[in-house]
Design a protein. Structure first.
Length: 318
């Protein structure tokens, strides 16, 4: 079975590629997601394609491998900047994240967080899905921003139908189209609503586990990124640990609390500047800096140039 609205975007016959070539393509398009073969097969039937959809990147991943894994080591070396909205086109795939397991079939949608470990089970069967790369900070910048990852939206769910229709429309819309910005914003808003959780906040992880505290700390930073209350002291208080303990937790991944917060705010500002460059209404550079959590424009400009090797003005003009 294949969804009719996406038939023009899927080859009728997939070619075979060496496993290492398929793995390299997956890394180049999606980041450090590590595939494992099935029963010593050396060839993969399928491919990894990337498409521009109204200025947003969509990957098409098809193959008959065993499993794809992403662990803490991969995340440390390739910190996720995306939520992946998966739209299943062909085959049945198992998705596991945050201890929750789902099986998705054609027409189903699911949201995956690239900042958390995950497993995708192909089990040697041919599977084909679209992966819409939603900029992480843009999705979290507006309410609601508490999401249920790895929760299946069935093909018959009206929200799933709406998401598929939006993705199909975006695939038909070039980035230069005057409505492409509105389509991107509409998809972000629809995704927030479709996967919003009814429970407030994130379940607290056990204090004795540094990895659990770090995961929860990252979630708190992302969900309160532009709030004035977000400081290292506030974060330690929410976790119920000392500042020293929290600093030690962040040192295990080679950073500090302050640097992590600043990095996430810079990435949010960069994503908003890119949207502004594409024609979206985003205010002035100073307004974008302030709305992203910076209260000193000179400091923001210095940090931005150091992080991205260009100025905010360069991004807007480019």
């Amino acid at each position: 079975m294949q969804l009719q609205e996406f038939s023009n975007w899927t080859p009728q016959v997939w070619s075979q590629a060496p496993f290492e070539e398929w793995r390299h393509k997956l890394h180049s398009v999606c980041g450090r997601f590590n595939p494992f073969g099935w029963e010593k097969r050396n060839l993969v039937n399928g491919g990894v394609l990337v498409r521009d959809a109204a200025g947003m990147e969509i990957a098409q991943v098809a193959g008959d491998i065993g499993v794809v894994r992403r662990d803490e080591h991969d995340i440390r070396h390739d910190y996720g900047e995306y939520f992946f909205l998966l739209v299943q086109l062909q085959g049945t795939c198992g998705v596991e994240q945050q201890g929750q397991q789902s099986i998705i079939s054609p027409g189903d949608c699911i949201l995956v967080d690239s900042s958390l470990p995950s497993n995708f089970y192909f089990n040697g069967q041919f599977i084909n899905h679209l992966s819409v790369h939603l900029p992480r900070q843009l999705l979290l910048a507006e309410r609601p921003n508490d999401f249920e990852v790895s929760r299946r939206l069935g093909a018959e769910d009206p929200m799933s139908t709406m998401l598929r229709a939006l993705v199909a429309k975006m695939l038909q819309t070039p980035a230069s189209h005057q409505r492409s910005g509105e389509l991107r914003q509409l998809l972000l808003h629809a995704t927030r609503q479709a996967f919003a959780t009814d429970t407030a906040g994130v379940p607290l992880c056990p204090k004795e586990r540094a990895s659990g505290r770090l995961e929860f700390a990252r979630a708190l930073v992302d969900r309160h990124l532009t709030a004035e209350c977000l400081t290292p002291q506030w974060l330690a208080g929410r976790l119920g640990v000392s500042m020293r303990t929290l600093q030690e937790d962040f040192s295990t991944v080679g950073t500090t609390i302050t640097s992590f917060i600043r990095d996430r705010r810079l990435r949010l500002a960069r994503d908003r500047l890119i949207e502004k460059q594409r024609g979206a209404e985003g205010g002035t550079i100073a307004e974008i800096a302030f709305s992203s959590g910076f209260n000193d424009i000179s400091y923001f400009n210095r940090c931005f140039k150091k992080a991205f090797d260009c100025s905010p003005t360069d991004v807007v003009r480019r």
